[in-house]
Design a protein around this ligand. Structure first.
Ligand code: UDP
Length: 393
């Protein structure tokens, strides 16, 4: 089969590699001058820094780790975030450690459970992000950590947003200080860019960088760009949220105590600062810091978590499901707020279904049980039964 892949981020690169492994020829169109999509990273003053916002690889899916481990070694780590509130650094997400940093009092697990229970606003079914937060952490923490950050991140009040967007963040029953709860948390040891180059390095894969897609189709076409663009926005323009980055090399050893500091206050124009050496593991007498600010315009990064956008995306997905020999994969093309491991898993499943029969050893990696995590694809309003636009699904 001759396969055309549009975009070389996780969705496109994983699909292309699996197809090539099975003997199919792939042509990959990449508009940017480099591969890797928004996971791309590069060295700044000798320190690996992510070019399009922090990419924390984490998963509970062993098959995903096994597949990616063909192309990289890993530097295991635990991703840690602090929030700057009331003039000090406070552990985030919310845990009894957060309480301790705010009030100077260490609570036992039982005391913390009681404290949290007393704070929660009883709301049976959260209709929006504000209600989701009030019912899980209560008014004070909502105001302090979420209201301003969310308003900056999305340009909308949490009341106007779907609950799933804030339900991404755990609330801990103890004093755990880690951003994510997945078992495997790591960075590709030599960076994402290197991992993508290795993945796409195959005699049957022809990668064209700095080459926007010219309309060429394959026997099978994999589209990973914005969903509405494929259909010339005929159902309306889908809103994607963008980000702006300001990166500086600082002549000092450290800027902040950990890789990411969140700034929930509306008085601060940015949402977070990233100090890359904490995240990517270099030691250097210098440090590299990025200030991240959300933006309406610019490259698409996130689907907007609103009811209206979800409805429009649904209409596009119905059109997508009717496209012949085209698969829509990845965050932009499915209009789902997917994490990297979910995108890899979708691409693996899509390859397994579209490219049958798959020989060993890929079949064993692909034939594993369904995604073993808390993630529910229907939470994001994805229509039941059409979750991946796969032939035969
Ligand atoms: N969020 C917040 N305060 C924070 C961190 C996150 O209110 O300090 C909310 C915000 O609405 C954000 C969402 O939680 O968009 C998801 O956060 P996450 O860190 O997963 O965002 P990402 O890293 O994907 O940009």
């Amino acid at each position: 089969m001759r396969i055309v892949v549009i975009g070389s981020g996780f969705a496109g690169a994983v699909f292309a590699r699996l197809a090539a492994d099975l003997g199919h020829r792939c042509k990959v169109f990449e508009a940017r001058s480099q591969v890797g999509g928004n996971a791309f990273d590069r060295k700044v003053a000798g320190i690996v820094a992510h070019s399009y916002g922090p990419h924390y690889f984490r998963t509970d899916n062993a098959a995903v780790v096994r597949f990616l481990s063909r192309f990289t070694e890993w530097r295991k780590t635990v991703f840690r975030v602090l929030a700057k509130v009331r003039g000090k650094y406070v552990r985030f997400p919310i845990s009894s450690g957060t309480y301790e940093d705010l009030y100077g009092k260490k609570l036992s697990t039982r005391e913390w459970a009681r404290e949290l229970a007393a704070r929660k606003v009883p709301l049976a079914d959260a209709a929006n992000a504000q209600e989701q937060l009030l019912s899980s952490v209560g008014e004070e923490f909502y105001k302090l950590f979420y209201e301003g950050y969310t308003a900056k991140q999305w340009g909308k009040h949490p009341r106007e947003l779907l609950p799933y967007v804030v339900a991404r963040i755990p609330v801990y029953k103890d004093d755990r200080w880690q951003y994510f709860s997945e078992a495997f948390q790591a960075q590709p040891a030599r960076g994402y860019a290197r991992m993508f180059e290795n993945m796409l390095s195959h005699p049957l894969i022809d990668v064209r960088t700095s080459t926007p897609w010219d309309g060429e189709r394959g026997d099978l076409t994999i589209y990973t760009g914005p969903l509405d663009a494929w259909f010339d926005c005929r159902e309306g323009k889908l809103p994607y949220r963008s980000l702006k980055f300001r990166t500086r090399i600082l002549a000092r050893k450290n800027y902040q105590p950990c890789g990411q500091v969140n700034y929930p206050s509306l008085n601060v124009p940015y949402t977070r600062t990233l100090e890359w050496k904490h995240i990517t593991g270099e030691t250097s007498p210098l440090t590299v810091v990025t200030w991240e600010s959300p933006a309406d315009r610019g490259e698409p990064f996130y689907p907007m978590p609103t009811e209206e956008a979800a409805r429009m995306a649904q209409a596009y997905r119905r059109l997508a499901a009717r496209e012949k020999n085209v698969l829509f994969l990845g965050r932009l093309a499915t209009y789902q707020y997917l994490n990297m491991d979910q995108v890899v898993w979708h691409a693996m499943q899509a390859a397994r279904r579209a490219l049958k029969p798959a020989p060993q050893p890929e079949e064993s990696a692909l034939g594993l049980p369904p995604f073993p995590s808390h993630w529910n694809p229907h939470e994001t309003g994805y229509p039941k039964g059409t979750a991946h636009h796969l032939p035969g699904s």
